[in-house]
Design a protein around this ligand. Structure first.
Ligand code: ATP
Ligand code: MG
Length: 415
């Protein structure tokens, strides 16, 4: 038996309903804040992610699905959305548009990781990017709309952790200081962290090993080393969030998997999720567009995991599709079939949700099916000129011509 590949899943109709509802909230909340939708290709040049996400990141080191396009070029199934959106911004000269350009996406992404609850190899993210604005208000606004979205979806027990990474220069200097600290405390580090001191010392804060965590408590913190303008920017983000009534915790050890962040960095987690607690994350990435070959352009954004939002939201209520008319057949003949088919088609043209009996059920079975679907009316076609219309709520039924079925329903007349 052939099954879906490990780490993937099928979106069945009930799941699709919840996703549609999620999308409705996304459209409403981001649309009202001036964001417009963008979609980029499912795969890109591998180079885009190597440069845009960072060679030292987990994503680039071990999570990408890369393949040869047959002509010797390496392509990669997109593992994240920010680098592709920036690539599109540059490619389409969006810096010539009035700034900032505010974009959102809802797409699937691919990472080769060990599958578990809330962690898949193909998953979906909603993302939002504000490109061409450098101020703290852009960051705060992004966090506010994200918080609103999580609230609208009913994502439970959320926590917001907030940090600032400062500039790459500050980070470089700090990196040296941290590396020295790690070297001096190698005995207190796990072998995995020790092996990565040079490659990515910041990740030591992320380690799950308790001894390493203990050692990192005494490590110098980047947020204590911020340059004056970065510190001022961050202070303003905090003021705006406090004004907006959004609670957050400062996290001096917040590290995220991507290399391109500058200044503001944040993550929403939900206690409702257990181990894979990250619901959404984002931050400012002022150097990315330049790094990808575009003009120096400040930008900020976030991405939220669709599966995790749905998991943490518990049961998002979905309304079952309404059926106005179910078209049943009293008998089977060419005439009946064609009349019934035409009736269902016309009902839809008149704006109704109409379903036609498509299996060979008995009349009793057809009425049962109409009841299961919650149909308001059932039309039973007897032949080309005879039908009866049953109001499923009142149980009333009367005879009429097939062509009078729709006008009768539209008039809402009591049968
Ligand atoms: P994690 O620490 O859980 O691996 P991450 O830092 O890799 O998360 P990001 O790259 O910031 O995640 O992606 C943003 C969001 O996308 C996450 O907060 C999470 O909700 C979701 N996400 C990331 N990876 C996966 C995955 N493999 N399956 C499902 N959702 C994911
Ligand atoms: Mg990850």
């Amino acid at each position: 038996m052939i099954q879906a590949p490990r780490g993937t899943y099928d979106v069945l109709p009930e799941d699709a309903d919840r996703r549609e509802l999620l999308e409705t909230h996304v459209r409403r909340i981001l649309g009202a804040a001036g964001f417009r939708r963008v979609e980029t290709p499912t795969f890109e040049s591998t180079e885009l992610f190597a440069r845009g996400v960072g060679e030292a990141t987990d994503i680039v080191q071990k999570e990408m699905y890369s393949f040869d396009d047959g002509g010797g070029r390496s392509l990669t199934l997109r593992p994240e959305g920010t680098a592709p959106v920036c690539r599109a911004y540059i490619e389409h000269g969006m810096h010539k548009l009035p700034q900032p350009v505010k974009l959102w996406y809802l797409s699937s992404f691919f990472r080769s990781e060990a599958p578990q609850r809330g962690r898949y190899r193909q998953f979906w993210q909603v993302g939002a990017e504000v490109i061409g604005a450098s101020g703290p208000d852009a960051d705060a606004e992004l966090i506010v709309v994200l918080s609103e979205l999580l609230g609208a979806l009913g994502v439970k027990d959320v926590r917001l952790r907030l940090a600032s990474l400062g500039s790459p220069e500050t980070r470089n200097e700090y990196r040296g200081e941290l590396t020295t600290y790690l070297r001096e405390h190698e005995d207190g580090l796990s072998s995995e962290v020790r092996a990565r001191i040079e490659l990515n010392p910041m990740r030591a804060f992320d380690a799950s090993d308790p001894r390493t965590q203990e050692t990192m408590r005494g490590a110098p913190k980047l947020m204590d080393r911020l340059a004056a303008d970065d510190a001022e920017h961050f202070a303003q983000v905090r003021v705006l969030l406090e004004d907006a009534g959004i609670p957050y915790e400062l996290d001096t050890t917040l590290v995220r998997g991507l290399d391109y962040y500058t200044r503001t960095l944040f993550e929403f987690t939900s206690e409702a999720l257990g181990a894979q607690s990250g619901v959404a994350g984002g931050g400012r990435y002022d150097r990315l567009i330049e790094q990808l070959g575009g003009p120096a352009t400040p930008a900020s954004g976030w991405a939220a995991g669709v599966e995790r939002m749905l998991l943490a939201a518990g049961g998002l209520p979905t309304a079952p599709e309404l059926v106005d008319l179910f078209v049943a057949r009293a008998a089977h003949s060419d005439d009946v079939d064609r009349t019934a088919f035409e009736l269902a088609r016309e009902a839809r043209r008149a704006g109704m949700a109409a379903q036609l009996e498509l299996t060979g059920r008995s009349l009793k079975g057809q009425l049962k099916q109409a009841h299961r679907l919650g149909a308001r009316y059932v039309a039973i076609v007897a032949d080309r000129t005879h039908a009866s219309l049953k109001n499923m709520e009142s149980g009333e039924q009367h005879e009429l011509q097939p062509q009078d079925v729709i006008p009768t329903i539209l008039r809402g007349s009591r049968l």
